[in-house]
Design a protein around this ligand. Structure first.
Ligand SMILES: Nc1ncnc2c1ncn2[C@@H]1O[C@H](COP(=O)(O)OP(=O)(O)O)[C@@H](O)[C@H]1O
Ligand SMILES: [Mg+2]
Length: 277
């Protein structure tokens, strides 16, 4: 059985100027694998990810023919059931650590909070687990980081702390929304290698949202390509760099080439039938 099954997901924002159809009939399923979602800015990647956790605020509304996580019907689950799923079973790493870490709480206290409250561990045990989580994301001096304030962390360190925080409850599915876009290339690869190891070791499912096609090709099993709220192509990650779909080719042509000439980025071709569907 799939970990996640989504059929005909639609997300609509009812605005003063009329409905905005952010996601227009997305279907996919996911096992304990690494699924990439790519597409230009505004194509509906983040909204798709947030829909799985049912984190869409009004005036947005979610509709789906089917949305099941590990057999649980997410379209019918109560808000209380959703709260119990978020964190322990379904987790999402947001783009910017600034919005996920509490600025007035030391890192260690934040990492230990859920363990103390939800899991009712004693302080010593919670501290041990928090330090182990920091070690799992390859933070070499976890004792020092435990005492740090969020603003004292570098971008790469903040990302790792955030991933550690999401992983403490050992979720079955992690949605990582552009988790590395603010980082330099070396740190990006390190963070991806950490996520990759966790998928392998824990059998976790991963949805990796990114506009970086190279990273997705390297670290995912399968890729969904989104355009204007729809999936225009689904392919094995290994085939991404040779994609046939004109939109996906357009995204590939926008990739800056290392050492290549600095020409302006070509515009995406949006003239096919797929573009107006
Ligand atoms: N609160 C909102 N009100 C109206 N439209 C929204 C709102 N949030 C997102 N959208 C629209 O949904 C579309 C998809 O957004 P998003 O999923 O964030 O794109 P991506 O993550 O691919 O860049 C965008 O075109 C955006 O305009
Ligand atoms: Mg986004």
């Amino acid at each position: 059985m799939s970990l996640l099954e989504i059929e005909n997901l639609r997300v609509t924002f009812d605005t003063e100027t009329g409905p905005v159809h952010a996601v227009r009939g997305v279907s996919f399923s996911l096992g304990r694998e690494r699924l990439g979602i790519v597409g230009e800015s505004g194509s509906g990647k983040t909204i798709t990810g947030r829909s799985v956790l049912r984190l869409i605020r009004p005036p947005g509304r979610i509709e789906a023919d089917r949305m099941r996580f590990d057999g649980i019907d997410l379209t019918k689950a109560s808000e209380k059931q959703m709260r119990a799923l978020r964190g322990p079973r379904l987790a999402m790493v947001m783009q910017d650590p600034k919005y996920s870490l509490n600025p007035v709480m030391r890192v260690g206290a934040q990492l230990m909070e859920g363990l103390l409250r939800r899991d009712r561990l004693g302080r010593a045990e919670a501290r041990k687990k928090a330090i182990a989580a920091l070690e799992a994301v390859q933070i070499r001096d976890p004792e020092r980081v435990m005492e740090a304030w969020p603003h004292e962390l570098s971008g790469g360190m903040g990302q790792r702390v955030m991933i550690a925080m999401m992983l403490i409850p050992e979720p079955d599915l992690l949605i990582a929304d552009e988790p590395t876009s603010a980082l330099d290339v070396t740190v990006q690869a390190e963070v991806m290698a950490i996520l990759d190891g966790l998928v392998r070791e824990r059998g976790m499912g991963l949805i990796f949202i990114s506009h970086d096609l190279r990273l997705v090709a390297r670290f995912c099993d399968r890729v969904l390509v989104m355009y204007r709220g729809k999936i225009v192509e689904e392919l094995a990650a290994g085939d991404l760099m040779e994609a046939k779909h004109p939109y996906t080719q357009g995204l590939l042509n926008c990739l800056p080439r290392i050492g290549g000439p600095r020409k302006p980025l070509p515009g995406l071709d949006r003239t096919g039938d797929w573009a107006n569907a």
